[in-house]
Ligand binder design. Structure first.
Ligand code: C2O
Ligand code: CU
Length: 445
């Protein structure tokens, strides 16, 4: 099969594939995968190297590619002096291996090791990342290079494409700065995967090919809009879940931790830039070149139209099933003082004082996400998939996600079926928001 032949080559080009060797102890079976947490030097461009923490000597870490429904083991070695934990984002797995200390997953001790074992589900574009707290230490957690793609292959892959490319959007070298009286993270360098725009290998395509882009916003804090100059995206999945109404669009938007799968029809020979629409950040590295066979010259960028990104455009018009219960969750900010980081609240309280979200197994709940603040929040629920049911007053169904961006001063409703008992973390994926109170636990009766 043409696509299968190209797969390996492309994944290797887009993401450095480390050698996945398990260190064995005599009594133990070798693990299927090994991740080594340790210092890495990421050469974004000749002469520009970022020093951070990563997996297996690279950042992003290796692409983990596993068929759906397979029970696997992953050994995580922590070669740093601080406690770590790896979260398998978007998988429906038990709390003790999910990778959240709040849910009760044990940490990987400094200079220690821990084995995770679980069954891979559901299929689609998932990812993995550090799930510790950073606070004001921007050398920890999702500010670092500790992230990678985890692709779970569906049992029957429709796969109507010729090539597949994994693209992670990332900022580097963060520092704390004061904006509008409160503290925020700012970044010096930007990349797609481990290279800044114009460095590293381009994505090589041929006219007439259909290229599947699996895009991840691996940012700790930044919402992104991206485009591919001269081309349209056919969005087929969000957060790895197939959409009821795949649709063409000029630009994509991804909050921290969101993923989009989109097919691009290569129908405009040339050399083009895929990248963020933010000129400063693209010019400082957040992009990658797409080069048609036989074409050369400088890569061209053209800005897309500014049509608003709208989840509802990808959903069904009919309303979804009625839930057993509605659970209101109000998000707000508490100004903590000049040069202090703001506190975040859910129903008036900050973690660990937030009230648990109480559910009973197998019932359907509607979470009413009411963002009273003037910032957008990428809201994430662990171990479950939810369905968007209302976005800013408009009813929808069929869009299934694990992160959803709630825009400033708007309401958004999602339904979930409580089908994976165990402690479950609910939080804003913006690292500085989660670190300063924007978390709650969902608990089963
Ligand atoms: Cu992707 Cu609680 O995290
Ligand atoms: Cu937030």
């Amino acid at each position: 099969m043409r696509r299968r032949d190209l797969l390996g080559a492309l994944a290797a080009a887009a993401i450095p594939r480390s050698v996945l060797n398990a260190a064995q102890t005599p009594t133990e079976q070798r693990a299927d995968f090994t991740l080594e947490i340790g210092p890495v030097a990421v050469e974004l461009a000749p002469g520009t190297t970022v020093k951070t923490i990563g997996y297996n000597g690279s950042a992003p870490g290796p692409l983990l590619r596993v068929p759906e429904g397979k029970t696997i083991s992953i050994d995580v070695h922590n070669n740093t002096g601080e406690e770590e934990v790896v979260h398998w984002h978007g998988l429906h797995i038990p709390s003790d291996v999910d990778g959240s200390l709040e849910e009760g997953t044990p940490p990987v001790p400094p200079r220690g090791r821990r084995r995770y074992s679980f069954t891979t589900a559901p299929s689609g574009t998932r990812w993995y990342h550090s799930h510790v707290m950073a606070g004001r230490n921007l050398k920890r957690a999702t500010y670092t290079g500790q992230f990678g793609f985890f692709y779970i292959e569906p049992k029957s892959d429709p796969g109507a494409y010729d090539q597949e490319v994994f693209l992670a959007l990332k900022e580097w070298d963060p520092y704390l700065s004061t904006s509008e009286d409160s503290m925020d993270a700012t970044y010096k360098r930007f990349s797609v995967n481990d290279r800044s725009l114009g460095h590293g290998e381009p994505i090589r395509v041929k006219e007439g090919q259909r290229v599947m882009l699996r895009i991840l916003n691996a940012s700790a804090t930044v919402h992104r809009r991206v485009a591919l100059a001269g081309h349209a995206f056919r969005v087929t999945a969000m957060d790895g879940n197939a959409l009821p109404a795949p649709k063409e669009t000029e630009a994509l938007e991804l909050g921290p931790a969101e993923r989009i799968d989109a097919i691009v029809e290569m129908n405009r020979p040339g050399v083009w830039v895929f990248g963020t629409t933010d000129d400063h950040d693209r010019e400082n590295g957040m992009g990658i070149v797409i080069e048609y066979a036989g074409q050369s010259g400088a890569a061209r960028w053209t800005a897309p139209g500014d049509k608003r990104w709208d989840y509802v455009a990808f959903g069904n018009r009919d309303a979804s099933a009625e839930p057993a219960e509605r659970i209101p969750l109000v998000f707000d900010k508490k100004f903590a003082g000049h040069n202090w980081v703001d506190k975040w609240t859910i129903n008036g309280k900050s973690y660990p004082k937030t009230d648990p979200i109480r559910v009973k197994a197998n019932r359907r709940y509607r979470l009413v996400l009411d963002n009273r603040s003037d910032e957008a929040h990428p809201i994430h629920l662990h171990r479950h998939t939810f369905e968007l049911t209302k976005v800013d007053g408009v009813a929808t169904s069929g869009v299934r996600k694990d992160v959803v961006v709630v825009r400033p001063k708007t309401q958004l409703e999602v339904d979930l079926v409580a089908n994976n008992p165990g402690r479950t973390l609910f939080h804003c994926h913006q690292q500085m928001h989660m670190d300063y109170g924007f978390m709650a636990l969902m608990e089963y009766a």
